[in-house]
Design a protein around this ligand. Structure first.
Ligand code: SF4
Ligand code: SF4
Ligand code: SF4
Length: 221
């Protein structure tokens, strides 16, 4: 493969790592374009300006965005977790391609807004539907976009290297699902939600029971 061309294409992709192009991230899409396996019009976050840059690199005419892959967002967004509803299931952390979410199992999770690319990959896996997208207060000039893309690329690479070191069973991410696994059925997604919610209710009941027994003990004393 022509690594230099891949590098140059990757350098003009937005590094959102959203998978909307049909590939598991920006780099695999760059590889596919360089190999002639993908068209230049498949990246909604890059929009028309991104297509122009790729067309220029390849010396081919630009074309309109293929909206079958989605539409560009009108303004930058970041994910926001409603921490009152979060049950700490960690599904969102496992989905985030740039490690922009912090939290531990059974504890409330938070998005690091400065690192979030707005890719939306954390939203569908959340069983509590407590992640939403909100407008981001980010600069949108070319230099700021490039800086954000470079940071997102580094964070994604770091995450990929970390996942490589894990056992195969622990590596599942939405990106691997895009390329390697069939989409989960609506029924299995519902079942998973029910299981998680049931577990959360059980934990909440245990906490309430503990509080009640603590209060009774205090009254007796
Ligand atoms: S930003 Fe999303 S759609 Fe664009 S190349 Fe990267 S992964 Fe593909
Ligand atoms: S926090 Fe959510 S929207 Fe933001 S980068 Fe991670 S997965 Fe994407
Ligand atoms: S997926 Fe939703 S409920 Fe689970 S940790 Fe993330 S925000 Fe909390």
């Amino acid at each position: 493969m022509n690594q230099s061309l891949i590098d140059r294409i990757d350098a003009v992709l937005p590094q959102t790592q959203c998978g909307q192009c049909g590939f598991s991230g920006c780099r695999p899409y760059a590889e596919a374009i360089a190999a002639g396996r993908a068209d230049i019009d498949q990246c909604p976050p890059g929009d028309q300006a991104g297509i122009q840059k790729i067309a220029q690199l390849l010396g081919v005419p630009a074309k309109p965005l293929n909206t079958a892959h989605g539409l560009p967002k009108p303004y930058p967004v970041v994910a926001l977790i409603d921490e009152n509803l979060c049950i700490g299931c960690t599904f969102c952390i496992r989905a985030c391609p740039v490690d922009a979410i912090v939290g531990a199992a059974k504890q409330m999770h938070t998005v690091i807004a400065a690192e979030c690319t707005g890719c939306e990959l954390c939203i569908a896996p959340c069983p509590m539907d407590c992640i939403s997208l909100v407008p981001a207060t980010k600069k949108t000039d070319d230099a700021a976009k490039k800086q954000a893309a470079d940071i997102a690329r580094s964070r994604h690479q770091f995450r990929q290297q970390r996942l490589e070191r894990l056992k195969p069973a622990d590596r599942e991410t939405p990106q691997t699902k895009i390329t390697q696994q069939p989409a989960p059925t609506q029924q299995s997604a519902e079942m998973r939600k029910q299981t998680i919610v049931a577990a959360a209710l059980k934990r909440a009941a245990a906490v309430r029971a503990q509080q009640t027994s603590g209060q009774s003990a205090n009254k007796t004393a």
